[in-house]
Design a protein around this ligand. Structure first.
Ligand code: FAD
Length: 387
């Protein structure tokens, strides 16, 4: 039995393509801009390897020991990270042991890809959430090779990418730590690229970097900031993410991968060693502990995860928390993002008329902007009142 290339539950993790002994499965962009596996039937020997590593409808064990609220003791790290800077603290511990860290970073064309790094300076590329699906590349093959050499490895990605890697490896390794994220869903890389190209055209700028979680002093943490070259000068521009067309698409869940709307990992049941997320509601649950600049939610899912967290305890502030209370404030720990009614029409129009048309029609409407403005204002007022 082989994988079904048209399965809408496909996460695009590419475990199948990396496992195929005949190398006859290619990951190809569909019209929505997501990678799906295409099998070269003339080469396929029906060995079933692709099916055996595919995470669709495969169960997994999850035995949780602890839940923490935490943030790094390094303030500048918190400022640059999405929440409390936990990822970097975990990653540095692995690098100190001459290990490898895998994560998602933009290449010089602003395409998000998974890479590995071996030294501290390079980790900077991974810091911060990027709200676009990353191309996993051939990192599963590389992870397996490094584990076999006996190197310590930390791999961070979305829960489906982590489950795909686990199935690809087939067995547990003592020298591997798997970190997944609480995930709202991943938007289309093609829509992101078109959004960037559109700004470049309108503003006569060459965009070289993009941040999705620029923080400000009010604790607002969704500044979308681009920086780039304009007439040989480096300039940058930061706007409230929710007011930007791309932000509207992301927060409304309009341009997510189809599998995200039925994501089986949108729960506290996880296949990783550690799960990281934003600790929404921290001011209501642990008001004395909350860090205005960002606090992470940590779910420790395995003994290996507990060991990795214990190794960074001197570098972080943390308290034991209650997952059942925390998950009430974190929608994607309870259920998958709901598919908006307009999604189908959005992508039909996108295929037919192109990006500029859908941006004007779906991502800029006055009603949407007003709704986002009200929720942003509420957040600012709450943070000023300290609630
Ligand atoms: C698409 C997406 C949706 C998210 N949705 C939620 C949510 O609904 N609720 C919530 O609590 N938290 C969500 N998060 C997680 C949250 O934003 C933080 O990433 C997390 O709290 C870790 O923060 P940090 O400060 O420890 O580290 P950070 O420095 O923010 O961590 C960065 C790590 O995330 C990895 N990463 C970044 N972007 C991607 C990507 N697109 N695909 C795979 N890996 C990536 C990097 O490689 C790096 O390893 C989401 C993250 C992403 C990428």
């Amino acid at each position: 039995m082989r994988i079904d290339s048209n399965n809408i539950k496909c996460f695009g993790c590419s475990a199948c393509s990396q496992k195929c002994p005949k190398k006859c499965i290619e990951m190809v962009l569909n019209s929505e801009g997501f990678l799906y596996p295409i099998i070269d039937e003339s080469e396929c020997i029906d060995c079933g390897m692709c099916q055996s590593v595919c995470p669709i409808d495969k169960g997994y064990d999850s035995s949780r020991s602890k839940c923490y609220a935490a943030y790094s003791k390094d303030n500048s790290l918190i400022e640059n990270s999405s929440s409390g800077g936990l990822f970097k603290e975990l990653a540095e511990t692995v690098l100190q042991k001459e290990g490898m860290v895998y994560g998602a970073a933009f290449d010089n064309q602003l395409c998000l890809k998974h890479f590995s790094v071996e030294n501290r300076d390079e980790i900077q590329r991974f810091i911060g959430s990027k709200y676009v699906q990353s191309d996993i590349n051939e990192t599963y093959i590389s992870v397996k090779k490094n584990l076999k050499y006996g190197r310590d490895v930390l791999f961070c990605g979305t829960p489906c990418q982590i489950h795909g890697l686990k199935l690809f490896l087939k067995k547990d390794y003592d020298n591997l730590v798997l970190v997944d994220l609480v995930c709202h869903g991943v938007p289309s890389p093609k829509i992101f690229k078109d959004y960037i190209n559109n700004i470049e055209k309108k503003k006569h700028i060459k965009i070289m970097d993009f941040k999705f979680r620029k923080k400000n002093k009010f604790g607002e943490c969704y500044g979308f900031e681009y920086s780039g070259k304009k007439k040989n000068k480096i300039i940058s521009n930061c706007s409230m993410g929710a007011f930007t067309p791309y932000g509207v698409g992301f927060f409304q869940g309009l341009c997510m991968r189809k599998s995200c709307y039925q994501c089986p990992y949108s729960s506290i049941k996880r296949s990783s060693d550690i799960t990281l997320g934003d600790y929404w509601g921290i001011k209501k649950i642990h008001s004395q502990f909350a860090n205005i600049c960002g606090t992470s939610l940590i779910l420790v899912n395995t003994v290996k995860g507990e060991k990795a967290i214990s190794e960074i305890k001197s570098k972080i502030n943390f308290i034991v928390s209650d997952i059942n209370r925390a998950k009430k404030f974190n929608h994607n720990l309870q259920k998958a993002t709901i598919e908006p009614l307009q999604r189908k029409e959005f992508f039909q129009d996108y295929s037919k008329y192109g990006y500029v048309h859908v941006e004007n029609k779906y991502l800029k409407s006055f009603k949407i902007q007003l709704w986002h403005f009200r929720s942003w204002l509420g957040q600012i007022i709450r943070s000023i009142l300290g609630k």
